[in-house]
Structure formats: structure tokens, C-alpha cells
Design a protein around this ligand. Structure first.
Ligand SMILES: C[S@@+](CC[C@H](N)C(=O)[O-])C[C@H]1O[C@@H](n2cnc3c(N)ncnc32)[C@H](O)[C@@H]1O
Length: 375
């Protein structure tokens, strides 16, 4: 199965079982420690026997000064219940675990996975609880939403196929969050306006290729090589998934850092579009420091977006509003385009950004975001 098939299956809901590795969680979470003190964290798509989000927060419960950790999981998860350590006699429905205390039970000098395991096996003999849910643990269920209300911060890797809906729930309940998602989500018509309104942003880990544990093997040679290079065994069903980002609304310094720009604007280097009154900037690092009118930039700009420095205006493809302002491509441009690049599926009724570069090569850039400098 190819990487794109992985993603496609995830998006269409055929497979949402992608398990995040502890090291990837640690790498991102190290930037957020101050946000967790005295807080209740909720992981609402997380079978604790498999989820490293649960393990991370349980192990770091005292280090982060957490008040409480709540974890719920989905009863239909195909990977759940494979590592139950004999806790359940029959296949159970969904459960919630509440961690209210953690300590070094085996007194080996640190709170680690052995202590987490001890707590899982002796949940009801401490202040920690394991309680059966009435429903299936769906993050949209009444039970889960009640827990959401109790929580301060939600941290997880939600099902890719339900990403839009998942974010919608977080917004409705006005929760702080730190979640993983695919980079394509930046330009979803439900997500881009949230970035524009500063209700959500992407952070440290941006456009990453990640290795997930999943429920099927990926026999593709490139996958095997990548997984081995990252230190995992592909025969244990680890797969590479590209273009992953962390999405959050927790404020951190990086969000207020200015993009350093070094290039001067010249008409030759920054062509104007044939179909829109703005310039094309091909790479984010080449945004000119002295240009204050609108420009189209690749969507990787979001990684550098500081709302004090730039205004985020529109996204090209899925945004009906901006589509009104983009003119149809002219027949002469399309003729030139076909002459240069061969046959393409573009037609003159399409509203696309297009330009001639300074060698008069006709170009239709891929996936642009419209921005304007503020200062
Ligand atoms: C991408 S996996 C991530 C699992 C875990 N959070 C992790 O990062 O290791 C998404 C998980 O959400 C579960 N899931 C799917 N639909 C769900 C729903 N409606 N409510 C809650 N969980 C769901 C899946 O079973 C799957 O285990």
C-alpha cells in the first residue's frame, strides 16, 4: 500500500488506526510545559493500552503538575484490546480512565511505564479510576462531551477521517487543544477560516513525515526503508505518513517571531498574475521585505505566520469568495501553456492563478495562500 493510499484510507475512514510514537509526542510536548500546570488533560481517542498520549501524560503527570488525566477510547477501534494484560474477562465496551495521582510505585527512582502499568492493573485500589462508559466512546457522544466540558486541554491524534468534525467540537466547547492532523487540513474550508481568525495555528512539528504503528503491513520498499531508517521494524506494521502537522490554540513564543526576509522586490523576479492583481512568491523564504501589497505564497507559509506581521486573506482553491475575484484564464495563456507543457486538463472557464515567469514560461502554481504585510 502506498503512502497516498495510507492517507486516502485514513481520510475516507477505511482506516483510522494510526498510533503515534512516544518520541514524536515528547518532541512536541517539550514546548508546552507551562500550559499544563494544574490542568485537566483529556485524550478522547485513546485506548490507554495502546496510546502513547496516555502513557506520556501518565508518566509525566507530576512533572507537568497535572490536576487530572482523563482518557476515553472507542469501542470499535480495531486495535483496541490487543494488549489488555488480563484486565478484562470479556471484550469490554468503551471505558474511561481517570488518573488523579501517580507515583514511583516500584521505587526505582522514576515514574515510568512500569508504574503506569502498575496503575492500569490496580486502578481501583488508588485514587485512579476505570469506569465503563454506557456508549461506544465516540468523541461526539454525550458522555464524552461531558468529560470535554470538565477538561482544560485536549491532546490527541484524532481520526484523520473525522478531523473537520473533531475540530468543530473543540471550537464549540471552546477548548484548548494540541492535536495532530494532516497538512492538507490547512486549506479545508472549515479549517482555513479558523487560522485566519487566529483561533487555531500550526506549531513546532510542521509538515513532518511520521512513522505510525498501524493495523496492516505496508510492503512498499520505500516504506520499509524509511521505517527502518527511523529505527522501527516494518514487519511490526509501522508505516510512514507524510505531511503531518500539530494544530493548537496554545500560545507559544514562535507564533510571535517575525519572519526574517532578505530579498528585495523586483518586477522581474516576482511576476504579476494574468488573472489576479497580485504577485507570485514561489517560496516562503523569498517573500520580499519591501513589498506591502498582496501576494500569493505557498501554503507552507502557515508555519511562519505571525499575525502581527502578516494578514492572512484567502486560500485559492477551495475558497468560493476568492474564486469570485480570480479571472478566467485567457485562451492565449492556455494555448501557450499547452504548447509549453503539452496537453493539460485546464480549460478557459477555470478561474486559476497563472502567470508568465521572467523567461516567458507560462505557469500555474500549486495551492497558494493570499497574504499582505502589516508592518
Ligand atoms: C489516528 S488514531 C490515533 C490513536 C491515538 N490517539 C494515537 O495517537 O496513538 C485515531 C483513533 O481514533 C479512534 N476513533 C475513530 N473514530 C472515533 C470516534 N468517533 N470517537 C472516538 N475515537 C474514534 C480510532 O479507533 C483510532 O484509534
Amino acid at each position: 500500500m502506498s503512502w497516498n493510499e495510507n492517507l486516502h484510507n485514513a481520510k475516507t475512514g477505511k482506516n483510522d488506526e494510526f498510533y503515534t510514537q512516544l518520541i514524536d509526542i515528547e518532541k512536541e510536548l517539550q514546548h508546552y510545559k507551562e500550559h499544563f500546570k494544574g490542568k485537566t488533560v483529556f485524550c478522547n481517542c485513546d485506548d490507554p493500552y495502546e496510546s502513547n498520549f496516555f502513557k506520556y501524560f501518565a508518566m509525566n503527570f507530576n512533572h507537568l503538575w497535572l490536576k487530572k488525566l482523563i482518557v476515553t477510547w472507542y469501542s470499535t477501534s480495531s486495535i483496541a484490546y490487543t494488549q489488555l494484560w488480563g484486565l478484562f474477562d470479556v471484550r469490554p465496551q468503551a471505558y474511561k480512565i481517570e488518573i488523579n495521582e501517580m507515583f514511583d510505585v516500584n521505587q526505582d527512582g522514576c515514574e515510568d511505564l512500569l508504574d503506569v502499568r502498575y496503575f492500569l492493573e490496580h486502578l481501583n485500589s488508588s485514587k485512579n479510576k476505570l469506569v465503563a462508559l454506557k456508549g461506544d466512546g465516540d468523541f461526539r457522544s454525550t458522555e464524552s462531551l461531558e468529560l470535554l466540558q470538565e477538561a482544560d486541554i485536549v491532546v490527541t491524534n484524532p481520526p484523520f477521517s473525522l478531523f473537520r468534525e473533531y475540530v468543530n467540537v473543540l471550537m464549540r466547547y471552546q477548548k484548548k487543544f494540541l492535536i495532530l492532523g494532516n497538512m492538507n487540513a490547512i486549506t479545508y474550508k472549515e479549517i482555513f477560516p479558523l487560522i485566519k481568525e487566529n483561533k487555531l495555528w500550526t506549531w513546532y512539528g510542521f509538515n513532518m513525515s511520521m512513522v505510525y504503528k498501524t493495523t496492516y503491513p505496508n510492503l512498499l520498499e520505500a516504506n520499509r526503508k524509511y521505517v527502518i531508517w527511523k529505527g522501527y521494524n516494518p514487519d511490526d506494521w509501522y508505516v510512514k505518513v507524510p505531511a503531518i502537522c500539530w494544530y493548537t490554540n496554545l500560545d507559544i513564543n514562535k507564533r510571535h517571531e517575525d519572519l526574517i526576509m532578505y530579498k528585495k522586490y523586483t518586477k522581474d523576479e516576482y511576476p504579476k498574475y494574468e488573472t489576479f492583481d497580485a504577485i507570485d512568491v514561489n517560496t516562503v523564504s523569498e517573500i520580499p521585505f519591501d513589498y506591502y501589497w498582496i501576494m500569493w505564497v505557498p501554503k507552507t507559509f502557515i508555519d511562519k505566520y505571525n499575525p502581527n506581521q502578516f494578514e492572512l486573506l484567502w486560500y485559492e482553491r477551495e475558497d468560493e469568495n476568492i474564486q469570485v475575484w480570480i479571472k478566467n484564464m485567457s485562451k492565449s495563456f492556455l494555448d501557450d501553456y499547452r504548447k509549453y507543457w503539452g496537453k493539460w486538463h485546464y480549460t478557459s472557464w477555470m478561474k486559476m492563478l497563472c502567470y508568465y515567469d521572467n523567461n516567458r514560461i507560462p505557469r500555474i502554481p500549486f495551492s497558494r495562500i493570499l497574504i499582505r504585510r502589516k508592518k
